[in-house]
Design a protein around this ligand. Structure first.
Ligand code: FE2
Length: 242
């Protein structure tokens, strides 16, 4: 199986369109999505519609759940909470119903798909350090686990002896005796100081994973955020990539 895995679109239609175009150019048939379709950006309806049309599997993210009032936004920072209130006012029932049907996890072949952590998908925990990644390996059995949530792309492996480390290369080969957690980064709001839209390609035939970065029309996405009356800082951070 060859699949494109994307996450954290966050209502950024300009970024999502570029990513889907790139996936089609590469003739990849399977698109898998790790959630956070909405929140922050100006096109929630369009992003839910396009993602649900193109992706074979979509799991839920915390912002999707917040738009549905299934996650308490008191844990969100004030700007994220503002964006959720805006999203609730601007998203239509059809798209909300689609979000409401999403599950927390999905397994395809030897891949586990989850927005935050395999340990407690519904608690939206953040995993940043190597030690935190190391703990997560005990909570899934597949060779690979793909996550999003932090908006920071990267991969960690664990060998048969429990030795855990960062994967340094991109693209990188999958070694049979190792298991992997891959953060696919964010389509619509990267936070690793690289503002380009991000997604991952899993190639089960060539046993490899690649993180892909793409330029997109950031000024247009920014202008839409400003025109929508969303917090200005949400436009600024798209260019800053943080
Ligand atoms: Fe997110």
């Amino acid at each position: 199986m060859k699949a494109a895995i994307l996450s954290d679109i966050h209502s950024n239609l300009e970024a999502l369109q570029i990513v889907i175009k790139d996936i089609k150019r590469r003739r990849i048939k399977s698109i898998l999505c790790l959630g956070d379709l909405v929140g922050y950006g100006a096109n929630p309806n369009e992003c839910v519609e396009l993602t649900m049309k193109e992706a074979k599997i979509v799991v839920a993210g915390n912002h999707d759940w917040a738009a549905l009032e299934k996650t308490d936004i008191s844990t969100f920072n004030p700007i994220a909470a503002d964006a959720i209130r805006w999203t609730k006012e601007n998203i239509n029932k059809t798209r909300l119903n689609q979000l409401n049907r999403l599950k927390f996890t999905a397994t395809v072949d030897n891949l586990l798909l989850v927005h935050a952590t395999p340990e407690t998908p519904e608690q939206w925990k953040y995993v940043f350090s190597l030690e935190e990644f190391k703990q997560q390996f005990q909570f899934f059995k597949t060779q690979l686990c793909f996550v999003g949530h932090s908006h920071i792309p990267g991969a960690v492996f664990q060998d048969a002896n429990g030795y855990t480390d960062l994967v340094g290369d991109n693209p990188f080969p999958l070694i049979e005796s190792r298991r992997y957690i891959v953060n696919v980064g964010s389509v619509g709001q990267p936070r690793d100081f690289d503002p380009r839209a991000t997604y991952a390609i899993y190639d089960g035939n060539k046993h490899a994973v690649e993180i892909v970065r793409l330029n997109y029309n950031i000024p247009r996405a920014q202008q839409k955020i400003l025109d929508a009356g969303l917090p200005e800082v949400l436009a600024e951070r798209l260019l800053a990539g943080r």
